[in-house]
Ligand binder design. Structure first.
Ligand code: PLP
Length: 452
């Protein structure tokens, strides 16, 4: 930090403040974690200065031998850890990984057969007429994914996202009574819609998914099954999700982030079967430019960590702690979507406290509890104000929290929410954003969490 201080002191100060904030609050954002010092230090090296467009052994730049080493090791760890046939470690983020996956599926299923029909080696060989026809065909494909309010991600076909614009999209949800994924309804929708890509995976669904069943549905309608395991990759790596709950043996293509429950650097990754590997390997130049070599190096370090036995026990604790947190809420009469959890997150419906997600998120932040507001299924408050709070256990489990601490966290959260009153707008109407937290509660909660 002294080095940074000498160049731009405000950045040094913000960095110090960020450390204090991350260590001094209860970090319950389900997609965040604390990467190890080894991972953080690996990101801060001169690999950042190297360009390496292309793929291992086939670069558009000279002098990439060390990047080749780093990328190969990261991919090898990923293949071994997840039992995947192929791993692509270049994507800079989860969104990039999903874009690489979409375009790889389109390349394999649409462009490849088209080129074959036109007896062309690649798109540069096509006549202008064929090229236009191929572009129309690529833009005419269908994607079916889980809706945002059921717990899916923006990139799973949400209209404002590119995934909802580049595909004809359709969405599946959860059962209105139970909040659980309804495989029968999913199959019916898939039969009717006939997607080229069926996306499974979620950001805010507190339950496990049976990927074997979803693969059966994909096979029945001729879809490619893409699973986005960004949120629960750590539970797959740590063998908490096995058999039908492990997406890797069942999906054609699996995408993930590396920074959430997997506890690595910020980044993305694509795993694929041998069949899809050649098109995924063309991620650069298809979708990406130069890879972040320093981050690929940090991915290799994080994946090596995730292959250790200690990571398995960490992953199991993440899931056990989520159950403790859910039980802590249930016994204090707080309302959870699906009634509980069997992964790393819980979704608390805060409407029974008379609050929106936005009010609850802000009041909790005042008390040093960092969460994020989230839609609940069929949310009357929409995606901005929401009616829910999403809470995850990966970060505080890294800090060593166990059953008792998570029970105490539930108690503190209920204390804040039951001491928060919704506010009004300037015109005196009910507000979805303003709130009043009773005097003294924030300080008491902060003091209690500092003891943990
Ligand atoms: N996929 C899922 C399921 C996610 O939850 C997220 C991030 O929240 C992403 C993809 C996107 O990841 P990133 O923010 O790294 O682009």
């Amino acid at each position: 930090l002294e080095v940074i201080e000498g160049v731009e002191p405000r950045i040094a100060e913000a960095t110090r403040n960020e450390l204090a904030d991350q260590r001094g609050s209860l970090k319950l954002i389900a997609s965040e974690n604390y990467a190890s010092p080894a991972v953080l230090m690996t990101m801060g090296t001169w690999f950042s200065d190297k360009y390496a467009e292309g793929t291992v052994g086939h670069r558009f730049y000279a002098g990439c031998q060390n990047v080749d080493t780093v990328e190969s090791i990261a991919a090898e760890h990923a293949r071994e850890l997840f039992g995947a046939e192929y791993a692509y470690v270049q994507p800079h983020s989860g969104i990039d990984a999903n874009l690489v996956a979409f375009w790889s599926i389109l390349a394999h299923r649409v462009e490849g057969p088209w080129l074959e029909k036109a007896s062309a080696k690649n798109v540069n060989d096509l006549t202008e007429e064929d090229w236009e026809a191929l572009r129309r065909e690529l833009g005419n494909q269908r994607l079916l994914g889980m809706s945002l309010d059921a717990g899916g991600h923006l990139t799973h076909g949400f209209r404002p996202n590119i995934s909802g614009k580049m595909f004809h999209q359709n969405q599946y949800g959860t059962d209105p009574e139970t909040g659980l994924l309804d495989y029968g309804a999913l199959a019916a929708k898939a039969r009717e819609f006939k997607p080229l890509v069926l996306v499974a995976g979620y950001s805010a669904y507190p339950r496990r998914v049976n990927f074997a069943k979803v693969r059966e549905i994909a096979d029945e309608v001729g879809a490619t099954l893409m699973v986005d395991m960004a949120h629960f990759a750590g539970l797959v790596a740590g063998k908490v999700f096995t058999g039908d709950e492990d997406p890797v043996p069942h999906a054609h293509v699996v995408t993930t982030t590396t920074h959430k429950s997997l506890r690595g650097p910020r980044g993305g990754m694509v795993l694929a079967t041998e069949e899809y590997a050649p098109s995924v390997d063309r991620g650069c130049p298809m979708v990406l430019g130069g890879p972040l070599s320093h981050v690929m190096a940090a991915k290799a370090v994080a994946l090596a960590e995730a292959r250790q036995d200690s990571f398995r026990s960490y992953a199991q604790k993440v899931a056990d702690n989520a159950k403790s947190l859910a039980e802590g809420f249930s016994k204090r009469d707080a309302n959870l979507v699906t009634g509980g959890t069997d992964n790393h997150l819980v979704l608390l419906d805060v409407s029974s406290f008379g609050l929106t997600g936005r009010q609850a998120e802000s009041a909790l932040l005042d008390a040093g509890v960092v969460t994020n507001r989230n839609s609940v299924p069929r949310d009357p408050n929409g995606a901005w104000y929401t009616s829910g709070i999403r809470l995850g256990t990966p970060a505080l489990t890294t800090r060593g929290f166990g059953h008792d601490e998570f029970d105490a966290v539930a108690e503190l959260i209920v204390k804040v929410l039951s001491n928060t009153q919704p506010g009004t707008t300037k015109a005196g109407d009910p507000s979805k954003a303003s709130y009043t937290l009773a005097d003294g509660v924030a300080d008491k909660v902060k003091a209690a969490s500092a003891e943990m």
